[in-house]
Design a protein around this ligand. Sequence first.
Ligand code: ADP
Ligand code: MG
Length: 408
Amino acid sequence: MRFIVQKFGGTSVATPELRERVAGKIIAAKEEGYTPVVVVSAIGRAGDPYATDTLINFARQAHRDLSAREMDLLMSCGEIISGVVMAAVLQKAGHPAVFLTGAQAGIITDGSYNEARILKVKPENILKQAKEGKIVIVAGFQGVTEDGEITTLGRGGSDTTAAALGVALNAAYVDIYTDVEGIMTADPRIVDGAQALEKVTYDEICQLAHEGAKVVHPRAVEIVMQRNIPLRVRSTFSDTPGTLVTSSGEVYRGTIDITRDRTITGITQIPNLVQFKVATEETGTEGLTRQRRLFKSLALSGISLDFINVYPDEVVFTVKEDVWQKAAQILENAGFKAGVTPDCAKVAAVGAGMTGVPGVMAAIVEALTRENIQILQANDSYTTIWVLVKREDMEKAVRALHRQFMES
Ligand code: ADP
Ligand code: MG
């Protein structure tokens, strides 16, 4: 059997008409000779009756402090509803189909409720059902511990389910179907002229995802790349080929990879950041001790810092908005004076080909100052150059960089 894993996101299965479309894509794969294994997310987005966010809000209203374990049981229902409905649509179209929960599909996770990691997949049940000629539909975003506890995988978890199944079944492809044409040069909700990329490497998409382009969960990419399983990001709403994601710089199935020389792959953004500027005052040994204490106290509290710049008498970093008050409290308790800039956003230009290319930072600064966008902080790494701007400038900054690098 030549498996193909097809994952459909929440918007892809939102209406009866769309579910017919989805069934069409599954049946088409079957007719091409593949054995489809389908992963579904919960139906719709926040506000829709069976969407995950709706279940979370319901739980919070019903009972403020629902335990993580019970929360996972509740959250796992969205994908069960969605999967059962999809199986019914396929059956009605005359294609034998069976729905499996994460547990029934053999998705084994660790016990971290809400954020569980897939440890392994026991594919026996899927294989058995597939051998009987059935299209297997698997609930995304959920698994089970070795002790039989139901867990969920965190945001974007259905992508991870699809990736793990792709590896376990040695699938020809893992296809991530969503509401955009593929991996694009920027978030199409911000940039009208964003283009779908024909091919990207695993590394490029991981970078994009880590910098905020959450079209595919980075963990999912890390899983498929271990076994070189090609991933495609495609639209449920059209029949375009989408974006092929494979390893870098290699000849892939007869075609030469042309992505290698691309300076910049895409522009990304992460909103809701808060910048801290902490005076460590003393220089020399005294200052170093204070800086060490600062990082240690924040690390102990589990707050992750981004965008860190260390100067002799000052440390600058950002944290996510939802933890900034906690961070401020910790710093105060430890005796530090911190300047805080709320409502910031990180905008990044990402591309493996920019390494050693001179002038990228200069071009970024030029593009942003031309638009009167203030740069609060800037930094670069091997594959990314990023700037911190005010949240209100975020969209404008993304558009300016897209124009500068992707539209010329
Ligand atoms: P799904 O529910 O199908 O998993 P997601 O919302 O997780 O869909 O991911 C698709 C969304 O990702 C798109 O609607 C788009 O707004 C957003 N997105 C952000 N950056 C990019 C990008 N560079 N390319 C494509 N989509 C992007
Ligand atoms: Mg998603």
